[in-house]
Ligand binder design. Structure first.
Ligand code: 5AD
Ligand code: FES
Length: 346
C-alpha cells in the first residue's frame, strides 16, 4: 500500500514532505508498523549489532521553577515531596553505577537554581576524573549559553533536552506563557554548537497533539539531526491540569521509534521508561522496533518515588534497586546483550 511505499522511500534516504508524513502517521496499519519495525531493527543491527547501551540516570533534584502542564514535578504541584541530593550523594550513585557496568551517567533534575553552575561543573569534572572511561550526560533543562559552555568545558559529553513539540502553537498549549518555544529551540542550537551530542524528543499523544504536529517533529529531526531522540507516550499525572487527559498510544510510540531509526540510522534511541510504564514489555518491544538504548534508574531508592513525572512510573519500588540485572535478563530474552561501554554516537 501507500504507507509501505513511503516507508520504503524513507529507507532509501529520501525526503518525505509534511503531507506525506501525515499520510504515514494517519494511515498506518499493524502490518505497516511491523514492516517499519523489521526495517528499523535491521538498520540498528547493522550499525550497533545486538548490543544495547545502558545509561544510569541519577535524578538528583525534583525541585523545578517551571510549571509545564503535563509534568508531575511542576512547581504548582503542592503534593510533590521535594528533595535534593548533595554533590557527594550524586557521585556515590555514579560510583555504584560504575561497579554495575554503567559507562554513561545521566544527571537529570528539575530546573533547580540552587545548584550553581560552578557546583555542577565540579560534579562533572570529578566524575570524569574518577571515571575517565565514562561519558557524562546532562539533562537540566534550559540554561544560559555561558552555563552550557562551562559544563561542556568541565567535561560533559551529551545533553538531553526534548523539544517537546516542533509546533509553536502546540508548545504554548503545554506550557505556561512564561516559557517559550523559541528559547527551547535556541538552547538546542547552542548545545549542538558547543559540541554536545544532543538529544531532542517528544511525548506521543500529549494533549492537543495532532498528526500534523508529529509530522513537523519528524521534519525537525530530519533537519536538526539530533544524536539522540527521546520518545515516550504521554502519561497523565494525577496532580497536574492534564490529569484527565488520555494517555498516548503505545502502538504509535513504537511506530515512531521505527520511523526515527529509519530516518536517522545511527541515532541513539532509548526504549524509554514511559514506554516500559505503559506496557509491561514496552522496553523489549521498543528494542524490537529499533531502539538501542535503555536508561535505568541509579537514584537512591529512597527518592525514586518522588521523581514522578507521570503516574505509575516503573522501577521506583524497593524490588527495583537492581535494574541492571533485570534489564540484562529482559534483553537476553529477546536476543540482545547489554554492553559495558560509553556507547557514543557513531
Ligand atoms: N508523561 C510522559 N512524559 C513526560 N515527561 C514529562 N512529563 C511527562 C508525562 N506526564 C517527559 C518530557 C520531559 C521528559 C524529562 O519527561 O518530555 O522532557
Ligand atoms: Fe528496573 Fe526491571 S529495569 S526493575
Amino acid at each position: 500500500g501507500r504507507v509501505r511505499e513511503l516507508i520504503d522511500r524513507l529507507g532509501e534516504n529520501k525526503h518525505l514532505d509534511k503531507a506525506e508524513w501525515v499520510e504515514v502517521l494517519s494511515g498506518f496499519t499493524d502490518e505497516d508498523r511491523e514492516y517499519a519495525a523489521s526495517l528499523a531493527r535491521e538498520i540498528s543491527l547493522a550499525h550497533y549489532g545486538n548490543k544495547i547501551f545502558i545509561r544510569g540516570i541519577v535524578e538528583f533534584s525534583n525541585i523545578c521553577k517551571n510549571d509545564c502542564l503535563y509534568c508531575g514535578i511542576r512547581r504548582s504541584n503542592q503534593n510533590a515531596q521535594r528533595y535534593r541530593l548533595t554533590a557527594e550523594e550524586i557521585c556515590e550513585c555514579c560510583d555504584e553505577g560504575y561497579e554495575l557496568g554503567f559507562r554513561t551517567f545521566v544527571l537529570q533534575s528539575g530546573e533547580d537554581k540552587s545548584y550553581s553552575t560552578e557546583m555542577l561543573c565540579g560534579i562533572v569534572s570529578k566524575l570524569k576524573e574518577k571515571h575517565p572511561d565514562c561519558a557524562v550526560t546532562l539533562s537540566l533543562g534550559e540554561l544560559e549559553y555561558e552555563d552550557y559552555k562551562a559544563l561542556r568545558e568541565a567535561g560533559a559529553d551529551r545533553y538531553l533536552l526534548r523539544h517537546e513539540t516542533a509546533n509553536k502553537a502546540h508548545y504554548e498549549k503545554l506550557h505556561p506563557a512564561e516559557m517559550s518555544w523559541e528559547h527551547r529551540m535556541k538552547c538546542l542550537e547552542q548545545l549542538k554548537e558547543l559540541g554536545y551530542q544532543t538529544g531532542a524528543g517528544i511525548m506521543v499523544g500529549s494533549p492537543y497533539q495532532t498528526v500534523e504536529c508529529i509530522a513537523e517533529d519528524m521534519l525537525f529531526f530530519e533537519k536538526f539531526k539530533p544524536e539522540m531522540i527521546g520518545i515516550g507516550p504521554f502519561l497523565p499525572h494525577k496532580d497536574t491540569p492534564f490529569k484527565d487527559e488520555p494517555k498516548g498510544s503505545y502502538e504509535l510510540t513504537l511506530f515512531l521509534l521505527s520511523l526515527c531509526r529509519i530516518l536517522l540510522p545511527r541515532v541513539l534511541l532509548p526504549a524509554t521508561t514511559a514506554l516500559g510504564t505503559i506496557h509491561p514489555l514496552g522496553r523489549e518491544e521498543g528494542v524490537k522496533a529499533g531502539a538501542n538504548v535503555i536508561m535505568p534508574n541509579l537514584s537512591p531508592t529512597a527518592v525514586r518515588k518522588k521523581y514522578m513525572l507521570y503516574d505509575n512510573k516503573i522501577c521506583t519500588g524497593d524490588e527495583s534497586a537492581q535494574c541492571r540485572g533485570c534489564l540484562e535478563q529482559r534483553m537476553k530474552s529477546i536476543g540482545y546483550e547489554v554492553a559495558v561501554t560509553r556507547g557514543d554516537f557513531k
